[in-house]
Design a protein around this ligand. Structure first.
Ligand code: C2E
Ligand code: CA
Ligand code: CA
Ligand code: CA
Length: 279
């Protein structure tokens, strides 16, 4: 039994070692990718469920690795969060997304907004507001064309300073969305005290809306709560016309998901804009 136990530890150690090696390797590759500008941004349309208009785009980072191909942000963002690399990544995405939106607006392709994800770590940077102001100024994009997506964990970390930061951003005219709503601590009664204007209902709820008995009721409750608080709701991960129909019945105002469009390269986003009757 003793020998067996030891063997198990050796397996465990080997797994741990492999994991650490993989993480360290990915970190250095990611650092390289940032320097060599191997990251890119894709844009997923956010649609009005009442008019079908494209209201805006969520900017989503992409990493093309020379050997391993596309690596999902779901894989590398958590590592980037841990190592702090997420800060330069997010600054680059913000800059690039603002530049792209300004270009599309100048070409009269759209008058919509771009919505950029802020990691918890970036949100807690002391010079955040000034840096965002500076980015908008250097690109020439109006504040009302930018939305920022933050998660509850970023707020919960330090509610007092989060409230101050969010108020400053709001005063500038920047839109504020609460991402992945429902997955975290989620108390709307608490969160509505923070000046966010939009709630993004997590995909896991939209997934269950047409499958489980109480799936529909949960989304109905979230939608009506957001309406009572005067907030907008974006349903994330809309994949089927059944889900869309139910969301329209609930009078959810916005949707995003593969049913409408996947995240698009800039070229495909331009095609999307020129093909939409309304945009
Ligand atoms: P998120 O912010 O919740 O972004 C939505 C994710 O859902 C995106 O995955 C999007 O491609 C995916 N999605 C959209 N519609 C559908 C659908 O109908 N079905 C399904 N199954 N998925 C859908 P993506 O691009 O892989 O990003 C994953 C996560 O990585 C994001 O989740 C966000 O947390 C993070 N992320 C992505 N880009 C950035 C970034 O620039 N900065 C930071 N800090 N995080 C980012
Ligand atoms: Ca998001
Ligand atoms: Ca989300
Ligand atoms: Ca998410």
């Amino acid at each position: 039994a003793k020998a067996q136990g030891k063997g198990r530890y050796e397996v465990f150690d080997a797994q741990m070692r492999d994991r650490v090696i993989r993480l360290v390797k990915m970190e250095s590759e990611l650092r390289h990718a940032i320097e060599q500008q191997m990251l890119s941004v894709q844009y997923q349309p956010i649609i009005s469920l009442t008019t079908q208009e494209t209201m805006g785009f969520e900017a989503l980072v992409r990493w093309h690795h020379p050997e391993r191909g596309w690596i999902s942000p779901a894989e590398f963002i958590p590592i980037a969060e841990e190592t702090g690399l997420v800060i330069p990544i997010d600054w680059w995405v913000l800059q690039e997304a603002c530049r792209q939106m300004k270009e599309w607006q100048d070409r009269k392709l759209t008058s919509s907004f771009v919505s950029v994800n802020l990691s918890c770590r970036q949100f807690l940077q002391p010079n955040l507001v000034e840096q965002i102001e500076q980015t908008l100024k250097s690109v020439g994009l109006e504040a009302r064309s930018l939305k920022l997506e933050i998660t509850e964990s970023a707020i919960i970390e330090n509610p007092e300073s989060a409230a101050i930061t969010l108020s400053k951003l709001k005063k500038m005219g920047i839109g504020l969305s609460l991402d992945d709503f429902g997955t975290g601590y989620s108390s709307l009664s608490y969160l509505h005290r923070f000046p966010v204007d939009t709630i993004k209902i997590d995909r896991s709820f939209i997934d269950r809306i047409d499958k489980e008995d109480d799936g529909l009721e949960i989304v109905r409750t979230i939608v009506s709560l957001t309406q009572n608080l005067g907030l907008d709701a974006i349903a994330e991960g809309v994949e089927t016309s059944e889900q869309l129909n139910l969301l329209q019945q609930l009078k959810s105002n916005y949707g995003q998901g593969y049913f409408f469009a996947k995240p698009l390269t800039p070229i495909d986003a331009e095609k999307w804009l020129s093909l939409s009757v309304l945009n």
